[in-house]
Every structure is written in C-alpha cells, then in structure tokens.
Design a binder for this molecule. Sequence first.
Ligand code: GTR
Length: 393
Amino acid sequence: MVSQYTLPDPLVSTSGDPITQPHIWIRSRRPELLNVFASEVYGHLPENLPSPKFNVTSSNQNALDGAAARHELEISFPKLANAPTLQLLVYTPNNRTHRVPAFLGLNFRGNHTIHSDPGITLSTAWMRPNGPGDVENRATEKSRGKSKERWPVERILDRGYALATLYYGDIDPDFDDQFQNGIHGAVDAPTDRHASSWGSIAAWAWGLRCALDALESLPAIDSSKVAVLGHSRLGKTALWAGATDPRFALVISNNSGCGGAALSRRAFGETVARINTSFPHWFCDNFQKYNDNENTLPVDQHQLITLIAPRPVYIASATEDQWADPKGEFLSAKYAEPVYQLLNEPSNLPDTPPPPDSPVGQSIRYHLRTGKHDLTEYDWEQYLNFADFHFKE
Ligand code: GTR
C-alpha cells in the first residue's frame, strides 16, 4: 500500500556535507532546514509583523471554586490598522509558592468552550459553522463548555500547571478567502503575496508566539517552561510553532497527521494532494508542487521534528485515526532520533511502533492511543507525566 521511498537525511546538508558536530547543526544545518520548511511547506512570515501589546481585561483570583485565578488578556497590535485582537484565557493554580509551568494551546471553538465557567467571555469572533443549516457562524451561550472533554482544566491545575488558550479563528478564520481576513488581511498587500508567503498554519503558529509573549508578562507563570500543545490541524501548528520559536520548552502534537508529524512520502491516509485541495489556505502555494509528487519534496516531516531538538517533543496517534497515518507519525519520531543523539539527548524509541496505550521514548516520546481522532483524558495524562519528567527533574 505504501510505495518505496527514500527520506532526506537531516544530517546531510543541501550541498551534500555530513553534519557530525552539534555546533554545525545549530549554526548552519538547522537554519538551512528551517528555511526550506518555510519556503516549501508553511510559508515565510512577512517582515512587517507588528509587536503585540497586552492588556488584562478581566481577573478573578477565586475562579473554579477557588482552585485557580482566571485572567483574560487582550493581545492587540495598535500600530497596525485592521489587525485582529486575540483573546487569551489563562488559569493559574492557587496556593502555589513558586511560579508554575504552563500548557499553551489554541482551541477550535472559542475560549468559552473549554470549560463551563460562566466567567469566561463569550467569543464574538467568526466561528466555523456547527453543521448544515448553521448560517450564524457566531458563538451562542449554548456553546459554553462544549469542548470541555478536550480540556481537563481542573486536572491540569491540580498537577501544578497553568493553562493558557486562545481561539485560532481570532488570528485567522479557518477558510479559504485568499487571505483577506485575519492577520493576513491586515499585513499582506495582495500584490506582495508570492509562492512562499505564509499560510494559515504559519499565522496560527505566530499567534501562539504572541501568546507566549503575553505569558512572559504574567508573574505567576514560569515562561521558561511553557509546553505548546495542539490537536489535529492545531497539532501541525504546535509543531511549526515549536520549530520556529525555541522559547517553547516542550512541544506536543496530538493526532497531527499530514503536514504535521506524519511522513509525507508514505502518502498513507491524507496525502499532500488531498490536504492542499481541501485546505488550500493552510500551507504556502509552493507546497502544491508536491501534490502526488512527494518524492521531490526537499524535506519530510521527520525533519520538522528535528527542528525542535534538543527540546522534548511528544507525538501521539490514535488507532482509529488512520487518516493521520499513525505509523507515519511514529516513523517521523524515529527518524528524528539521530539529531537528538547528536545533541546528546537520549530518545530511546524502539525500532517498531509500540502496541496501543504503551508510551515509549524519552526526549521524543510517542504513544498510540486506542480510539478515534480526539484529544482525551488519556492523552493529557501522558502529557502531564511527560512535562513533569522534563520540567520537574
Ligand atoms: C481534517 C484534515 C486533517 C486534520 C483534521 C482536523 O479534515 O484532513 O488534516 O487536520 O481535519 O484538524 O480536525
């Protein structure tokens, strides 16, 4: 079912030189690879991106029955006309004497969907339709707490972590409008866009970086210990955020699949051609050159994982999520190992994918959860354990 393929070697430069020393990787090969991913897959950020300003819009020290402080911050770009405003929701656990590490992730349906806490401001942004017949495209009170299964807020706080989240549609609404709305519309002059201009995944990843800037301003949070996490298209985004911004201390990709952790050359489940057809706005236009032509890609997704090295990265798949190619996600992790080894970070992955529900690996960790494409309590338990291991040694 999967045709023969040869993967590009992360430890051989474009000009064919083997990379045998950590400093050559860091100074020359890593930037080279990052640049190819930007040019051919996700797109380059424009040069005129504004810096964010933060403004705390609400605070409650006694949220969730006293378990947490809840803050809402507005991230704005006053120097840029028509720039979107991003709403960041942050919970920090109460009764801690030290600054706490944090999980940061984008959400799919608005901050008010992650918990039924009535103090969370209802999003007024554009929403993906809820199904056929939904023409409103706006959140209603009914949607409070709708995604709470994916966000075990109390559990995260109880384990000593803060949780920060923002709605990805605040940064760039997720539909193909030729980049007229969201941050693209405010920054890109349509005539300036070219084949390697940023797509939506790059924009969402940039939004995560702005959110990290905002977290750095909060004294309760240890911003040197922020784990960036995402599910599915937002898992692809978390990986690209981790690759482009070394301030993310740990990176988690949950069921990210094609254009995320899965190897493109396996063309198993969702392929490059399928994803570019269904979601032409996610990647840069250059990525379309590789539709049904994966073997000519100058990079593959195991090299995306290497861009996170030596920082810890967790890649998770699900047994019923064949669309995301669990085996291809495992192999990406595995083939990223030589770079972690070069940088002296043991990853200890087995040679073949582990059985379901048996996490493996150290700096690069992997599990295949029983069940469908989702972000579950089981997944979160593993991420909390992983963060404990790396942040609380
Ligand atoms: C699917 C898409 C996947 C994945 C998923 C999601 O439709 O084919 O690449 O990203 O959406 O984000 O839910």
